[in-house]
Structure formats: C-alpha cells, structure tokens
Design a protein around this ligand. Sequence first.
Ligand SMILES: NC(=O)c1ccc[n+]([C@@H]2O[C@H](COP(=O)([O-])OP(=O)(O)OC[C@H]3O[C@@H](n4cnc5c(N)ncnc54)[C@H](O)[C@@H]3O)[C@@H](O)[C@H]2O)c1
Length: 271
Amino acid sequence: MSYNLLKGKRGIIFGALDENSIAWKTAERVFEEGGSFVLTNAPVAMRMGAINTLAEKTNSQVIPADATSLEDLENLVEKATEILGGKLDFVLHSIGMSVNVRKGRHYTDLNYDWSQKGWDVSALSFHKTMQVLYKKGAMNEWGSVVALTYMAAQRVFPDYNDMADNKAYLESIARSFGYFFGKDHKVRVNTISQSPTPTTAGKGVKGFDGFIDYADKMSPLGNATAAECADYTITLFSDLTKKVTLQNLYHDGGFSNMGVSQFVMEKFMEE
Ligand SMILES: NC(=O)c1ccc[n+]([C@@H]2O[C@H](COP(=O)([O-])OP(=O)(O)OC[C@H]3O[C@@H](n4cnc5c(N)ncnc54)[C@H](O)[C@@H]3O)[C@@H](O)[C@H]2O)c1
C-alpha cells in the first residue's frame, strides 16, 4: 500500500547490492511513496550489475562512490543534487563490511589493518557522508538521515566480531553529528537497529542460521524482515517524524527488551 508519504522528496540511497539488500527494498518503497533518488554503491559492487535493474525499476540514476573516499562522496552529492534538481530530503546509509569477519579472523586475534578498513567502511563513512552533506549545505530543512545498525553495539554477540565495535561507533556518530545537523540545518539523524536479516552482509556472519532462528524465537513479533525495515525507514524519511532525532531505534520484533522466551526455555529444557 502506498500513502504518497515522500511525494516531491529527493535523496540518496547507499548500499543496494542485490534484491535481498535492505537498501534495495527501501529504494522500492521510496519509489512507491513518490520519492526520487540517486542510487550509489562502491565501484566494485557495480560489477555485479544488479543495481542497474533496480535503477530501471525506480527511474533512478546510479552514481558509483566508495563511501570511504571524500572525493567520491563530494562528486556523488554534487551530481545527485544536479540530477534530482535541488537539495536533498533523505539519505540512507546502508553499508557494512568487516574484513576480519570475511576472512574468519577471531576477535581475540584481529588483524588491525583489516579492522581499520572495516571501521572506515562501516562507521567512519557515515561521518564522511554527513560532513560532505553538511559542508555543501546539500540537505533541505527537516531532512532525514538514517543509518542501519545492529544490537551487537550494546550486547555481546561473539561472532559479530569487530563489527560490534564499528556499530557502536556508527551509533555514536549519529548522535554527535545529529546534534550539529539538527541545530544548524534542522536535519534529523537516526540509526535503525534491525533484526538479523538474510542478506549478503548478514549471511557473512559465522553461525548466521542459528543466530537468525534464535532471534526469531526470542522476539514476541518474530524477526523484522528487510521489507519491514524499508517500511520503517519510510516513516523516518516522511514529515510524520520531524522531531525524532539522535535516536537508535530498535526494529527487531521486541528482541532487544527480552530476557528469555517460552519457546527458547522449552528448547533448553528438552533432553
Ligand atoms: N543483514 C543483517 O542481519 C543486518 C542486521 C542489522 C543491520 N544490518 C546493516 O544493514 C546495512 C545493510 O546491509 P545488508 O544486510 O542490506 O547487506 P548488503 O550486503 O546487501 O549491503 C551492504 C552494502 O554495503 C556496500 N559497501 C561495502 N563497502 C562499501 C564501500 N566502501 N562504499 C560503499 N558501499 C559499500 C556493499 O556493496 C553492499 O551494497 C549494513 O549497515 C548492515 O550492517 C544488517
């Protein structure tokens, strides 16, 4: 169902890799709600080519940008405002990658060059993106910036590895930058803390299948899907949430406030 919530709004969507990506689902929903946008991803991710299918479906253009490169981000923001014909109303940062996770390096044996790379891609890129937007005055008043995060920033999930630290940093940037963006430009900044979701990034985490099932059985409403995350993001881009800022918002079927569920207890009591 569509409500025209984003009619006339313009934005940038980072991170649509394939049709499972949270950013992909969000782009489809933003389009349905009447928003227009530029899609972007790292140049290496373009090689898969899937993003062009999404661009066609949503009447949008693709501008490659490595989110760790200020030069790429400056070019992206300039081109996006040119193509879309004005300042931006929404930005989705849906980017995450840990080299240590990818290469199976244990948290107690980190390769720090890889940690730095993962931190730059997963966390600092959010600051870089906002700094470019802020300095260029590229956001309209009452614009909305959203990044995706995971609860391993607050609680221990051993296999989430150094991504837990990256997410804690990302959430902190949302608050720190959100203060200045709010005060100076009336732009809101929030993170959505999403349930485990079967995407390329999600499935890269060791033991993901057990992990996603456990979260589902712990949550009174079950895990939130990527499509549901897209719906939630739409509300944050809309004018219905104008005074929500500096928040880390759990979108997880209730998981974050659970101690134990009956289902999990029963499973535990089985012989
Ligand atoms: N899948 C989950 O279980 C889950 C749960 C909570 C939060 N998240 C977060 O959601 C966000 C989106 O991930 P997803 O699950 O849709 O997976 P995904 O693999 O589809 O998306 C990750 C994206 O990051 C992009 N990326 C990597 N390096 C980049 C760079 N240098 N510059 C620009 N883009 C780059 C990838 O190309 C990809 O499109 C991430 O921040 C992830 O941590 C995912």
